[in-house]
Ligand binder design. Structure first.
Ligand code: PEP
Length: 265
């Protein structure tokens, strides 16, 4: 059996919460909390990433770089274009200049509230990679999809579409978020999440080959809390969590990041 060398990733999506001053205080507190707990940011623990609003990124960069913090960060979206007349859009080049490591692409709120299509998301994935950013691609079924097509058909189709045109060995992260679980307090069971994550890894293998599939981290998102993370992380194809609401509470988010310490949960 292949040895799993994927470093778990715990990612906090702040959405439209916390301005740049609040972001500084939150990242500082998070870094101190993890330092006090001797958090291992490698394979024995977890990489910890936050996704603040665009206007916070420069402040977060300054803090992380000045204090040499191990917390990493990324943006919540990017433009498919590199430059030009696109009022309100943000180029991947700008995110890269702010030393973002990651960028979220295709959160269900972007798909439904902003009408982002699979084709557009494939172009955003390509744009992220062009600028040295790791795309965190969201896929997930609605309650209606679940009823009509089962759990994995829609996420697999969304992933296949977003990988269109990719070649080589790109570093990407896939965030599986059942839409019905987001903000509902009702997470998928570890077994449900694992079933879809395994199908997503098979899809990665068939499109990009087994080495990329083995190296790619697949996160689960949807009502993750400190009380359910350890059980989810015991599943072989779940390599981390995408956390919304609970990422705004530093103590709770740090506890999620330290899931390996939750004995008996
Ligand atoms: C999300 O918004 O992507 C999310 C997973 O939120 P929550 O953790 O609050 O369900």
């Amino acid at each position: 059996m292949a040895v799993n060398t994927r470093v778990p990733l715990i990612a906090g999506n702040w959405k439209m919460n916390l301005d740049h001053l609040q972001a500084i205080a939150t990242v500082q507190k998070l870094a101190w909390t993890l330092k006090d707990a001797n958090h291992d940011f490698g394979i024995g623990g977890s990489e910890v990433a936050v996704f603040p609003p665009f206007t916070d990124l420069r402040s977060v960069q300054t803090l992380v770089s000045a204090d040499k913090l191990e917390v990493v960060y990324g943006a919540q979206d990017l433009s498919e274009h590199d430059s030009g007349a696109f009022t309100g859009e943000i180029s991947g080049a700008f995110l890269s200049a702010l030393e973002c490591r990651y960028v979220l692409i295709g959160h269900s709120e972007r798909r439904t509230l902003h009408g982002e299509t699979d084709e557009q998301l494939a172009r955003k994935v390509a744009a992220a990679l062009r600028h040295g950013l790791v795309p965190v691609l969201f896929v997930g079924e609605t309650a209606e999809d679940l009823e009509n097509h089962g759990p994995s058909a829609v996420p697999v189709a969304q992933l296949t579409a977003a990988l269109e045109g990719l070649t080589g060995t790109p570093e990407i992260v896939v965030a599986y978020e059942p839409v019905w679980a987001i903000g509902s307090g009702q997470a998928a069971t570890p077994e449900q999440a694992e079933e879809v994550a395994a199908k997503l890894r098979e899809t990665l293998a068939s499109v990009l080959g087994s080495d990329v599939a083995q190296a790619t981290r697949i996160l689960y998102g949807g009502s993750v809390k400190s009380g359910n993370i350890a059980a989810l992380m015991r599943e072989p194809n779940i390599d981390g969590a995408l956390v919304g609401g609970a990422s705004l509470d530093v103590a709770e988010f740090a506890s999620i990041a330290r899931f390996q310490k939750h004995v008996g949960t």
